[in-house]
Design a protein around this ligand. Structure first.
Ligand SMILES: [Zn+2]
Ligand SMILES: [Zn+2]
Length: 150
């Protein structure tokens, strides 16, 4: 089996890593923690099993920030680039920031999550599904949609 890997790095290059394909998902996250953590309108993550992520260089530059009771975000201690996010709710998965990759992965972003938390100035017109609600992953009602049975 071919070892299909894609490389990534932080802004300063101190932390280099690679991911083994296939990935499991790729989403745009509109939650307020992602926005603030990146200083961005929303953040695009992809997800894969932790054993498919390999830090190739700069492990000692990695800093970890516990951003919630279940979430830990990793970033480069030298340049501040956000790199990975882990949750004890999903111990078999790690999220990786798509923008840090040096080439395409095996999928494009599939949907928006935490969409009802989005910044008021963010305009999205890509036709992708929009999820939100309490978990951030529930289908959002669209205007004019017929009420569901029962
Ligand atoms: Zn860096
Ligand atoms: Zn988020």
């Amino acid at each position: 089996m071919a070892d299909s890997r894609v490389s990534g790095a932080c802004l300063c290059g101190a932390v280099r890593f690679s991911v083994g394909l296939p990935t499991q998902a790729c989403v745009h996250c509109h939650c307020s923690m992602c926005r603030r953590n990146h200083g961005a309108g929303y953040v695009t993550w992809f997800t894969l099993p932790p054993d498919q992520l390999r830090v190739e260089r700069g492990e000692d530059e990695l800093r970890r920030y516990k951003s919630s009771d279940h979430g830990t975000r990793s970033f480069c201690g030298r340049c501040g680039s956000s790199l990975f996010c882990e949750s004890t709710h999903r111990p078999d998965q790690v999220d990786v920031v798509l923008a840090n990759m040096e080439g395409p992965i095996d999928r494009l972003p599939q949907l928006h999550i935490h969409f009802d938390d989005r910044a008021s100035w963010v305009v999205v017109d890509d036709g992708l599904p929009r999820l939100g609600g309490k978990t951030g992953f529930q289908p959002l009602e669209t205007a004019g949609a017929a009420p569901e049975d029962q």
